[in-house]
Design a protein. Structure first.
Ligand SMILES: Cc1cc2nc3c(=O)[nH]c(=O)nc-3n(C[C@H](O)[C@H](O)[C@H](O)COP(=O)(O)OP(=O)(O)OC[C@H]3O[C@@H](n4cnc5c(N)ncnc54)[C@H](O)[C@@H]3O)c2cc1C
Length: 394
């Protein structure tokens, strides 16, 4: 470990004293505290910090809104917290072009407000916290139940400006929708948890805000019946924004959000009621408070196999299931059930550091690991960026 005083002196001359602080627990990642916190004012200064870390073999972790509770293994090393929140603001927004370019430090609240003023939106799930930043949401590939209609970040991100582990500033994609030439590196950077590059700017496709929205809930006697209503409504082309199945003691509850034009939402609500047949319409919220349990895991299954998986979960399990996506997110009180869930292909989405330390949160090494290691070696040859956090502890 380099001496903190020497590191602070070096960083002061690179990024300016006003943008530098000694490390503190506020910027800890999974219980590991950095030696220094830098908040560069420009992309060039951020690249210089990473370049310096590359030369001196230090580890840098990019930090956005610090919402955390996210994925990733405990970092192997962590010297510098690179606070990207100063790289913020709208770079370019022409509502008629249906794209927006903004700094990675912009919060989702600011992004939502900016696009809403023009009657538009970027497809980040409404459930994602307002305080999350564009860079953090892209790094974690954040999506929720609305992915069925809005897509995930890989679908609506069309351009990125990034800094790779050797301190090089590069661009992937562009600022117009039809810009694909060569490999689409945006898809690689989204979800790479800051282990391949630090995102400094992003361009997104935007879409109109829906004119009408409506929430409807039903209960049904089986998981298959609840999931079936959701998949039928998708097949029929109803204006489905999201569908979530939970369990209410012996009954199964389906919460559906509709979004679209007034007429489409009206028609969809009518058709849904007839699809639900003798399913009882519900009012009030589902009572599900998943975040009260500290460990979050995600299991994916074919949508057709999801009901059987849900029926196997113990009564009292806390979960949100997305029937049209084939995904269930479970919250656990302790790690007791983790080994059996991970054997079923679950990944740990968030957990306290003491639980993470004993496992690889992404589960067994995938067959593509050698390929992933060689990509890491190309983009971050000295393992400067978030070492150890990704699949196979890359
Ligand atoms: C599957 C999943 C679902 C989630 N769902 C939700 C949800 O519905 N609502 C919610 O509020 N939270 C959710 N979270 C938590 C989620 O991690 C954070 O909300 C989000 O990533 C926080 O953004 P942030 O700006 O606070 O990032 P931080 O917490 O600061 O960082 C998050 C991760 O992104 C990296 N990172 C940050 N900025 C950059 C950058 N510019 N370039 C590269 N890497 C960067 C960090 O190193 C870190 O690994 C979810 C997490 C996961 C994994």
């Amino acid at each position: 470990m380099v001496r903190q005083a020497a590191l602070l002196t070096d960083l002061r001359s690179i990024a300016g004293a006003e943008n530098l602080r000694p490390g503190s627990d506020e910027f800890a990642v999974d219980g590991v505290t950095p030696q220094a916190i830098v908040r560069p004012a420009t992309v060039k200064a951020a690249a210089a910090v990473i370049g310096h870390a590359n030369e001196t073999r230090l580890a840098v972790i990019p930090i956005g809104g610090k919402q955390r509770g996210g994925p990733g293994n405990v970092p192997e090393r962590y010297d510098i917290a690179l606070d990207v929140t100063a790289l913020s603001g709208v770079v370019e927004y022409e509502p008629d072009d249906l794209t927006i370019t903004c700094g990675a430090g912009m919060t989702l609240a600011e992004l939502r407000k900016t696009t809403a003023a023009a009657g538009q939106m970027v497809g980040f799930d409404p459930e994602i916290a307002d305080e999350a930043t564009v860079g953090g949401a892209l790094a974690a590939d954040l999506w929720g139940p609305s992915r069925v209609s809005l897509g995930g970040p890989r679908d609506f991100t069309i351009g990125l400006r990034v800094i790779t582990g050797d301190g090089l500033i590069t661009r992937a994609g562009g600022r117009v929708v039809k810009n694909v030439a060569g490999y689409d590196l945006c898809k690689l950077y989204v979800g790479s948890l800051g282990t391949l590059a630090v995102v400094t700017e992003a361009t997104f496709k935007v879409q109109p805000l829906p004119k009408a929205t409506r929430q409807i809930a039903f209960t049904a006697g089986s998981a298959a019946a609840a999931c079936g209503i959701a998949s039928d409504s998708l097949m029929r082309g109803l204006s489905l924004r999201s569908a979530v199945v939970t369990r209410a003691e012996e009954r199964w509850r389906l919460d559906i959000a509709l979004a679209g034009s007034e007429a489409a939402v009206e028609r969809s609500a009518r058709e849904l009621a007839s699809l639900a047949g003798d399913g009882e319409q519900e009012t009030g919220d589902s009572g599900e408070r998943p975040n009260e349990r500290p460990i979050g895991v995600r299991i994916a299954a074919l949508p057709s196999k999801l009901p059987a998986l849900l029926e196997e979960l113990p009564v009292g399990a806390s979960f949100l299931a997305y029937p049209t996506l084939g995904v269930v997110r479970l919250r656990l009180r302790d790690e007791g059930e983790l080994p059996s869930l991970m054997a079923m292909g679950a990944i740990v989405e968030d957990a306290p550091p003491e639980v993470k330390r004993g496992i690889d949160v992404f589960g067994p090494e995938p067959p593509a690991l050698p390929l992933m290691r060689s990509i890491k070696a190309q983009l971050d040859p000295n393992s400067v960026l978030s070492p150890g956090r990704f699949v196979g502890r890359i």
